[in-house]
Every structure is written in structure tokens, then in C-alpha cells.
Unconditional design. Sequence first.
Length: 118
Amino acid sequence: QGQLAESGGGSVQAGGSLRLSCEASGRAFSSYDMAWFRQAPGTDRERVAAISFSGRNTHYADSVKGRFSISRDNAKNTVYLQMNNLKLEDTAVYYCASESVPGEYDYWGQGTQVTVSP
């Protein structure tokens, strides 16, 4: 049974940076595309970034394009989300997930809170 564990969340002032990590275990996650999602209270879950299993292909939501960067180190079974120039609207719980088939995410982490203050 696979598991994903996020870390790196916290509180930061607007304009600051954070780096989230998602460590995978119990499954060959290096064979799967991965993604970061976020959800703020009262809003729908949003996929903010995705990365192919090889790391060659990435995709970003328009809301974070140019500010966030997703990467992975398959030797460490870890996916990262570098978040720069954070804005108040980036405040949310961030989750990483593994894509079993296109559009379906079957493994999720527990989430890590990111809070951006003025």
C-alpha cells in the first residue's frame, strides 16, 4: 500500500517563498505522474501543478504560472513544489497525489497548511 507525506508548509508573508516536499513510500511512485493540489475553505480543490513520471513534462494552473515550480527526484521518491512570490490567495491546504490513470488520482497525502499573510 502506497503512502504520500507532505511537509514544508507554514506561515509566510506575501512575497515570500516556501518549498513543499512530498515523500512517497510503499509503491513505485517513480512510475507515476504526480500532482499538487490545494483547497481553501469554501472553495473547490484546485490542481496547481503536475509532473510526468520522468519529470520531463510539467503543467501549471494559470493562477500559479511563473511563480510555482514542480520537480521530482525519483531516486528519493520525492516530489517538490517551489512556491515563490506568494500571494494571500495562495493560502490553502496543499496535497500531493499520484495519478493512476489520466485524470484519476488514487493516492493522496494528508495535506500541509500554507498561510500567506499581508
